[in-house]
Design a protein around this ligand. Structure first.
Ligand code: D5M
Ligand code: FE
Ligand code: ZN
Length: 541
C-alpha cells in the first residue's frame, strides 16, 4: 500500500497521521483492515495519529485470520499500560468538524481513564484512577495553527467558567459600536451603558497617569480596558493580572465607544460554595524534588523518611501514622538529571542518568508494599522539557517495580475518592516574577494564584515552555481536592476555598545556583494528609 493513500484516507476522516504511524500501517500484511480498525477505535479527541495510538496487538486479536508471516516485524506499542486504556467508540462523522466544536474536557478525560485497583497485604483496596494525563495523547507537532488552536481552547474552557457569572458580549460588537458612534455621542457624560466582555489579557501597561491599561482579546476581536488608579480595590486586583490569563470585565464605555472603563473584574476562580466530599480513610504522603544523584541530595534524611514509612521509629505516634499511609505521591524531579544547567557535572555524585534512576528505584523498592506510589516528572527528569510532560518512557519505568503508577505532568489522579492535581510547578518561577506578593518563601500563595485563574501555567513564553497541544491541559477543571506542586524547594501548605494546597519542598540542600540567587530551601520536610479531613501534619527528617 502506498504511503500517500494511507495519509489521504486519514485526512479524509479528519485526522493527521505521523510518518511513523504510516510506516507501521503500510508495512503490515493487512493495511486496509488495519486502517478500518484504527478509524473505528480511534479516540475522537486526537488530532494527529501517532504510532503509539495504533494497537496492533488488539487488532490482530480481533482479526485472527490475517497472514501470520509479517506479524512479528510490526512494531507495536511497548508500553503495557496503554493497553489498559479503554477505547471509546468513535461517534464522530467521517468529516472532521471545525475548530469551534472542540470536544469538551469531560469527553477527553473519559478516554484517559485508567482504572487500577490495588489490594494491600491486609486485603484493603487502594484505588488509583488517572482522570487526566497527557501521556500517549500528545497531538503537538509545532505548527503555527496549533498555537491558535491551543489559545482558542484555553479561551473556550476558561471563558465558559466565567460565563456563569458574567453576561458578556463578543468584542466584535464593541468595535462595531465604536465605528458607528465615533463623533456622534457627545457631552453630558450620561451615555454609560454597562458592558461586559470576557477576554485573554494580551497587553498590560501603566499609563502616564498611573492607571492600568489592558488589552483584552476574544476570538472576535481585541479591545482596550482602563482600570482607574482611584478605584483602589479594583486597581489592586488588576495589578496582579498576568499576560495570557482569561478574565471578565464589567464596565462602562467612554462616550466615543473607544475604551471600556472597568468597574468589576471577574476571574474564573472557584465557586464560593462547594460541596465538600466525604474523603476516604487513611493518609497520603506528598513529596517532590528528590534529586537523586546530586551531591546535595540529603541521603541520610531521605533514608530516615524511608524508615518512617516502614514504621521503624520509637515514637508511637509516628509509628501509628505510618501504618495509616496508603499513598505516596511524588511531583517530579526524582533525579538531578544531566546537562540541566551549565556545570552540573561538578555537582553530581552519580554521573549516569540511568544510574540515577536505578538508585531512585532502589529507594522506592524500600517503600512498604501497602503504600501505593504515584510519580510524575519534573524539569530535571528524562522526558521532554515542554509541558505538559508525558510520564517517564518505558526505558526508565522498567527500572522500577511495576507497582508504581507513573503519570504525566500535570496529572489529575483520584486516590480512592480524593482528587489530587499533581503539577511540578515550574510556572511558580513565572508567578514569583510577575505577581506582587508572591515569593519563593510562600509557594502556596503562587498556588492560590493558579486556582484563582483556574490555570496551572497562565503566562505563555516565559520560563515554562508550553507545547501547543490541542487541549489546554493546564486548565484546572474539574476542581481538585488537593493541588500538589514542588519545584521551588520550599514547603508551603495552605487552603484556598475548598482546595488544600501543598508544595512539598525537596530532599536537596542549597545548590550553588540557589546560593547565588538567595533561594533558601526548606529540605527534608514531608506533609502527611489525613484523607478523611484533609488535615495536614508536617514531618521533619
Ligand atoms: O528548581 C529549584 C528552584 O531553583 C526553582 O525555583 C528554580 C530555581 N533554579 C534552579 N536552577 C536554576 C537556573 N539555572 N535558572 C533559574 N532558576 C533556577 P529545580 O528545578 O529543582 O532546579
Ligand atoms: Fe527540583
Ligand atoms: Zn524543578
Amino acid at each position: 500500500m502506498k504511503e500517500i493513500k494511507a495519509q489521504e484516507v486519514f485526512l479524509e476522516a479528519g485526522y493527521q497521521i505521523s510518518p511513523k504511524a504510516v510506516e507501521m500501517i503500510t508495512s503490515h500484511s493487512a493495511p486496509n483492515d488495519l486502517i478500518s480498525y484504527i478509524l473505528e477505535n480511534v479516540d475522537e479527541s486526537l488530532f494527529v495519529i501517532e504510532a503509539e495510538h495504533i494497537n496492533i496487538e488488539s487488532f490482530e486479536k480481533e482479526y485472527p485470520d490475517l497472514p501470520k508471516e509479517c506479524l512479528d516485524e510490526v512494531p507495536c506499542s511497548n508500553d503495557t499500560s496503554t493497553s489498559q486504556v479503554s477505547p471509546v467508540p468513535s461517534t464522530r462523522s467521517p468529516a472532521r468538524s471545525s475548530i469551534s466544536s472542540t470536544p469538551s474536557p469531560t469527553s477527553s478525560s473519559a478516554t484517559l481513564r485508567d482504572e487500577r485497583c490495588f489490594s494491600d497485604s491486609n486485603g484493603q483496596v487502594n484505588n488509583i484512577n488517572i482522570m487526566s494525563d497527557i501521556t500517549d495523547m500528545s497531538t503537538c507537532v509545532g505548527e503555527y495553527m496549533e498555537f491558535v488552536q491551543y489559545f482558542r481552547n484555553r479561551y473556550t474552557k476558561l471563558s465558559n467558567i466565567i460565563r456563569g457569572r458574567v453576561t458578556a458580549r463578543p468584542i466584535e460588537s464593541l468595535n462595531k459600536n465604536r465605528k458607528q458612534s465615533s463623533g456622534i455621542r457627545r457631552g453630558g457624560g450620561g451615555d454609560y451603558n454597562e458592558t461586559s466582555i470576557i477576554g485573554m489579557v494580551s497587553e498590560i501597561r501603566t499609563t502616564a497617569n498611573g492607571h492600568k491599561m489592558l488589552q483584552l482579546e476574544d476570538p472576535t476581536g481585541s479591545f482596550p480596558v482602563l482600570v482607574h488608579q482611584a478605584e483602589k480595590d479594583l486597581f489592586e486586583e488588576a495589578s496582579k493580572l498576568v499576560l495570557d490569563e482569561v478574565i471578565g470585565i464589567t464596565g462602562s464605555m467612554t462616550n466615543d465607544g473607544s475604551l471600556l472603563i472597568a468597574k468589576k473584574l471577574v476571574l474564573p476562580d472557584l465557586p464560593n460554595i462547594s460541596n465538600r466530599r466525604e474523603g476516604t480513610w487513611g493518609k497520603a504522603v506528598f513529596t517532590s524534588d528528590i534529586h537523586v544523584g546530586s551531591s546535595t541530595f540529603l541521603e541520610e534524611e531521605w533514608c530516615g523518611f524511608l524508615d518512617f514509612l516502614n514504621g521503624k521509629t520509637d515514637n508511637e505516634q509516628l509509628k501509628k501514622m505510618s501504618e495509616e499511609i496508603r499513598f505516596l505521591v511524588v511531583a517530579g524531579d526524582l533525579v538531578d538529571g544531566i546537562g540541566i544547567f551549565p556545570g552540573q557535572e561538578h555537582e553530581l555524585d552519580i554521573l549516569d542518568i540511568y544510574d540515577q534512576y536505578r538508585k531512585a528505584a532502589e529507594y522506592f523498592d524500600q517503600v512498604p508494599e501497602h503504600i501505593k506510589i504515584i510519580i510524575s516528572p519534573g524539569n530535571h527528569d528524562a522526558v521532554r522539557q515542554a509541558e505538559p510532560q508525558p510520564r517517564f518512557p518505558e526505558r526508565i519505568t522498567s527500572l522500577f517495580s511495576d507497582r508504581i503508577t507513573f503519570v504525566g505532568n500535570p496529572a489529575l489522579v483520584d486516590l480512592d475518592g480524593v482528587k489530587v492535581l499533581m503539577y511540578h510547578g515550574r510556572s511558580i518561577d513565572d508567578l514569583v516574577a510577575s505577581v506582587p506578593g508572591v515569593s519563593y518563601q510562600e509557594p502556596e500563595k503562587a498556588m492560590v494564584e493558579m486556582i484563582k485563574r483556574r490555570h496551572l501555567s497562565p503566562i505563555y513564553g516565559s520560563r515554562v515552555s508550553i507545547a501547543p497541544e490541542k487541549q489546554d491541559h493546564f486548565v484546572i477543571d474539574p476542581i481538585p481536592d488537593i493541588l500538589h506542586c514542588g519545584h521551588v524547594h520550599t514547603v508551603g501548605i495552605g487552603n484556598y476555598k475548598s482546595v488544600l494546597l501543598i508544595n512539598s519542598g525537596t530532599w536537596q540542600s542549597q545548590t550553588e545556583f540557589q546560593k547565588r540567587v538567595n533561594l533558601m530551601p526548606t529540605p527534608a520536610k514531608v506533609p502527611v494528609v489525613d484523607l478523611s479531613t484533609l488535615r495536614t501534619t508536617l514531618l521533619q527528617f
